[in-house]
Design a protein around this ligand. Structure first.
Ligand SMILES: [Zn+2]
Length: 185
């Protein structure tokens, strides 16, 4: 039995990964939401909890900053720089401190070079305990985003997933527009 940690960001990819991994009879799925000050953290944490409640046997929120004073100022609607990289790093530390065999995530390591990403993943994979498997989008074994959606189309949690970087769904960012195009919202 493998212990797998879902880096649960509450989005469509997290739901797809959770559903995919939960089908494996040899895996136990744990979930963590890593709060590094995302503007969307309040609704995202609620959505992450719902995904975890359905598909995971445990869920934790890793709160990086003690309160809002420490949250990074950045343009509304834009991601924190290196958000993906930060979540991967905190996730790897979290996994190593627990009995985790694999890390699963639909997150994309945005904003870093291909070279850095490869070195970073190989560094994490040197851990004796945790083998880091990060399926970048589109998720492993899916050839397109539409295929990801089809796999979770009937899941009642699909409309509950949170994609927008803002604290309220703005309806105009690329993520909100993509959700409208796919008839999720
Ligand atoms: Zn939006």
């Amino acid at each position: 039995m493998s212990n797998i940690l879902l880096l649960n960001s509450s989005g469509i990819d997290s739901l797809a990964v959770a559903k995919k991994v939960s089908r494996l009879s040899t895996a136990t799925l744990h979930s963590v939401y890593i709060d590094v000050g995302q503007l969307s953290r309040v609704p995202a944490k609620e959505a992450a909890l719902k995904i975890a409640a359905k598909y995971c046997i445990s869920h934790e929120v890793m709160q990086v900053f003690p309160d809002d004073r420490y949250h990074i100022e950045y343009d509304v609607g834009r991601n924190i720089p290196f958000l993906g990289a930060a979540i991967f790093m905190f996730g790897a530390i979290y996994a190593r401190s627990r009995d985790i065999d694999f890390i699963a995530s639909g997150l994309k390591n945005d904003g870093v070079s291909v070279e850095f990403n490869e070195k970073f993943l190989s560094l994490l994979a040197t851990s004796k305990k945790t083998k880091v498997v990060i399926p970048l989008r589109p998720l492993q074994n899916y050839s397109s985003y539409e295929e990801i959606i089809e796999d979770i189309r009937g899941d009642e949690l699909l409309p509950e997933t949170w994609s927008c970087n803002r604290p309220k769904k703005c309806g105009e960012c690329p993520k909100c527009l993509k959700r409208k195009e796919l008839s999720i919202d």
